[in-house]
Design a protein around this ligand. Structure first.
Ligand code: T4K
Length: 370
């Protein structure tokens, strides 16, 4: 390592120069409007929608509350097909809506395998909750085809997919609703935050009501909504972050390329292929530590940590292995063989805009000679 005292985490949040943020803070203090759709909220919502190429977008306090609200807005009930290979918030959002997750196995793309979807549908199935894992787009066409034939809603947990595009534009346009996270660990952060991409103004209005306790106006409550509003502080930061996001993505691309170059000859290490025809966001750098690697994935994980490098095993354990879900029939490991295997092989290496190439090289040296 260039600096052996320094710990290197899987990510380090990008922030604009502090002096750029001060005028926004002064404006917030001056106006005393702190939340509830203030000026920064309005400006950020509009600017973000434009950046993402979305016509309608609702800002949220975080991605989890946005997911919860998206499911509520679509009146999802009964059972929902979802992936076990995600952050636990994906299934928790179903649980909070009183909906039973039905886990469907993934394929080598790390996303839900559309070929496994149809067999999991029952008369109680109302929706598919898929995740663009690591920002790699799902097979949206196959998912939509199945959803269309079975009259199911489609919600994309796009927490990892900020700025990801496919052949036709933003990947966020797919499904009934897409949900973003702007948590500190994400490609684009507002400290904490999230958003729902909506297809039309009416849906946006409904979701805006739901995130404000269900209040449609001062005296009308249309649904048991939640407090999901983004505050002015986070909105002001988001507005500033937009100025820097393209440069940050370009630096991430450089780190991604260096890892690929340096790891291509490491025996037993597999970098996930970039998704063809898509423009990614380099949100994560997952590798698979295969059986022909000299040591087990967890041994590598601990060796790196001993050297001050802190990769993460996203996503291990699988959601279906957590106590509150493992009793479900669909959580059986023989139903999820690919997810079970990949979850025990995956390691997400540090990636963030400021990561020095010398550190990337040091990580690769440690991996190449464990
Ligand atoms: N759906 C999906 C697919 C998701 O991945 C997530 C969140 C959600 C939904 C829910 O969205 P939010 O409600 O969070 O908006 C993190 C995050 O807490 C979580 O947001 C994220 N996914 C998940 C994949 O990772 P941890 O517990 O693994 O990360 P944590 O807090 O240990 O942070 C990792 C490293 O990053 C730290 O070791 C150091 C560094 N770090 C972290 C934070 C928070 C910083 O340097 N500064 C920071 O402020 O969960």
């Amino acid at each position: 390592m260039t600096d052996s005292c320094r710990d290197i985490f899987v990510t380090k949040p990008s922030l604009p120069p502090l002096e750029e943020f001060i005028p926004s803070l002064e404006a917030i203090w001056e106006s005393a409007v702190l939340t509830n759709g203030g000026l920064f909220h309005q400006r950020f919502e509009a600017a973000l929608a434009e950046y993402l190429g979305a016509k309608h977008l609702c800002l949220f306090v975080n991605g989890t509350i946005a997911l919860l609200t998206a499911l509520q807005a679509l009146r999802v009930t009964g059972e929902v097909l979802t992936t076990p290979f995600s952050f636990v918030a994906t299934s928790h959002a179903l649980w909070w809506n009183g909906v039973k997750p039905v886990f469907v196995d993934i394929d080598a793309s790390m996303n839900m395998n559309p070929e496994r979807l149809e067999a999991a549908i029952t008369p109680r199935t109302t929706a598919i909750l898929a995740v663009h894992c690591y920002g790699r787009p799902c097979d949206v066409r196959a998912i939509q085809d199945i959803a269309g034939r079975h009259n199911l809603k489609v919600i994309y947990d796009a927490a990892h997919a900020f700025g990801v595009r496919d052949e036709g534009g933003s990947v966020l346009r797919h499904g009934d609703l897409s949900v973003l996270s702007f948590h500190a660990t994400k490609v684009f952060n507002t400290f904490e935050g999230g958003a729902i991409i909506c297809p039309d103004e009416k849906t946006k209005q409904h979701i805006d009501d739901l995130k404000n306790f269900g209040h449609a106006d001062e005296v009308t409550v249309v649904a048991p909504g939640i407090n999901g509003k983004m505050n002015e502080f986070c909105a002001a930061l988001g507005l500033l972050q937009l100025k820097h996001i393209d440069a940050a993505l370009a630096r991430r691309a450089g780190v991604d390329a260096r890892y690929r170059e340096r790891l291509k000859t490491a025996r037993g290490i597999q970098c996930l292929e970039r998704a063809a025809g898509k423009s990614g966001n380099y949100a994560y750098f997952p590798i698979l530590v295969r059986e022909d690697y000299p040591i087990a994935r967890d041994e590598l994980y601990w060796r790196l940590k001993k050297e001050g490098i802190h990769p993460r095993r996203y996503f291990y354990p699988l959601i279906s292995e957590f106590p509150m879900y493992r009793g479900l029939d669909s959580a059986r490991s023989d139903n999820l063989p690919v997810a079970a295997r990949l979850s025990r092989q995956v390691l997400c290496l540090p990636i963030y805009p400021d990561l020095e190439m010398s550190v990337v090289d040091a990580v690769c040296d440690l991996i190449a000679a464990p």
